[in-house]
Design a protein. Structure first.
Lengths: 117, 114
């Protein structure tokens, strides 16, 4: 069965600090997809990144970077020089290639990031 | 281009009543998904519709149902409301077939059952 674990429930940092959000996943499929979403207080889930299981290249987008390591089943997310606007709940999610389960994203429990001045 | 839109934003119902939530997907998307985000329970998959058909449902009782219209918009109906149905209901859409396609979410509908 697929499972996503975000062990950090809440993280608090001061603006300009770097912060890493951890995500560990479990799946039996060899083909799967990993996602990160951001949920600000308004409630909308904002898509940040998608990564397929065959692409282990790390990715950088502005202040955001992602480290995908199949060997440890982890897909960690780092925010460099955090800003107050980064305050939100961040969710890691997994979907599998298998038709029966591919229709759903399995989410982690989320990490609440609080960035203060 | 408009994203996924949902209505109403907030809804208050009494226990035992029915609630109807509506969703319009991103133009060109044929798959629509519903998720429930209840306090303390995280994001739970409810339903997936594609081309007007229900393709998969999560572990929810039959009083949670819905449909997808020919224009790909969707309704979620919750019958015989219970207090624990109070939650944020998120609709999402993607291109045909969810496997590997990015799923984009709307802002959600807050349902409060009193």
């Amino acid at each position: 069965a697929q499972k996503v674990t975000q062990a950090q429930t809440e993280i608090s940092v001061v603006e300009k600090e770097d912060v890493t959000l951890d995500c560990v996943y479990e799946t039996r499929d060899t083909t799967y997809y990993l996602f990160w979403y951001k949920q600000p207080p308004s409630g909308e889930l904002v898509f940040l990144i998608r990564r397929n299981s065959f692409d282990e290249q790390n990715e950088i987008s502005g202040r955001y970077s992602w480290n995908f390591q199949k060997s440890t089943s982890s897909f960690n997310f780092t925010i460099t020089a955090s800003q107050v606007v980064d305050s939100a709940v961040y969710f890691c999610a997994l979907s599998e290639q298998n038709t029966g389960t591919a229709s759903k994203l399995t989410f982690g429990t989320g990490t609440r990031l609080q960035v203060t001045l | 281009e408009a994203g996924v839109t949902q209505s109403p934003t907030h809804l208050i119902k009494t226990r035992g009543q029915q609630a109807t939530l509506r969703c319009s997907p991103i133009s060109g998307h044929t798959s629509v998904y519903w998720y429930q985000q209840a306090l303390g329970l995280g994001l739970q998959f409810l339903l997936w519709y594609d081309e007007g058909e229900e393709r998969n449902r999560g572990n929810f009782p039959p009083r949670f149902s819905g449909r997808q219209f020919p224009n790909y918009s969707s309704e979620l109906n919750v019958n015989a409301l219970e207090l624990e149905d109070s939650a944020l209901y998120l609709c999402a859409s993607s291109l045909a077939g969810p496997s590997g396609n990015t799923i984009y979410f709307g802002e959600g509908s807050w349902l409060t059952v009193v």
